[in-house]
Write a protein that binds this ligand. Sequence first.
Ligand code: SF4
Length: 224
Amino acid sequence: MAKSYVHETRRHKVAPKKQRIGPIVELLAVEHADAKIALRFANPLELLVSVMLSEQTTDVNVNRVTEKLFRKYRRPEDYLAVPVEELERDIYQTGFFRQKAKSLRGTMKLIVEEFDGQVPERFEDLLRLPGVARKTANVVSAERGEAQGIVVDTHVRRVSQRLALTKQEDPVKIERDLVRLVPKPDWARFPHLLIWHGRRICDARRPRCEDCPLAAGLCPSSRL
Ligand code: SF4
């Protein structure tokens, strides 16, 4: 079970979350004006593959692998044209390579057979692809400008718990809380803002509250 940060919200009294969410998004957007997805991709297929490979590893690691991978595998058929062992070798450095190779091949097969070789646009269709769970489908949809939900990763979970935007522990329930709270036009950028805030300022072990624009009045977990 991942560590919970819900108890940290007892430090300060703050306004209800509905009143705080607007200023939180605005201040984070100023603080992290450059916040965007860290994965490198040039088209929907590369986006999908990058997100699938990013499970349980860092974006930097994925980018290192895909730089070569995308030169070799350009179409869904290319992933099916090589022996599975070769694909496993090509993605080995992202970890869990056997499972990931299996998911990639299953996904490419379905894309070729049912979606005319194109990454499907509908959220429900994305979820049908083998190895594509809600988080992956959310990232892909958001990057294509059609966010269907809010991506919840470890940073989004921690920062939204510390900000008392949710008391939930489970990512699906956290997402449910966030989509009720965050205005739809912000669904795509909101997770990036929290991810970058989590990486740069709201560190898991030592949050730098002294450098945080939310510390004064917007965060009940502030250590100031
Ligand atoms: S860094 Fe900011 S968001 Fe994180 S606990 Fe401190 S004040 Fe709250």
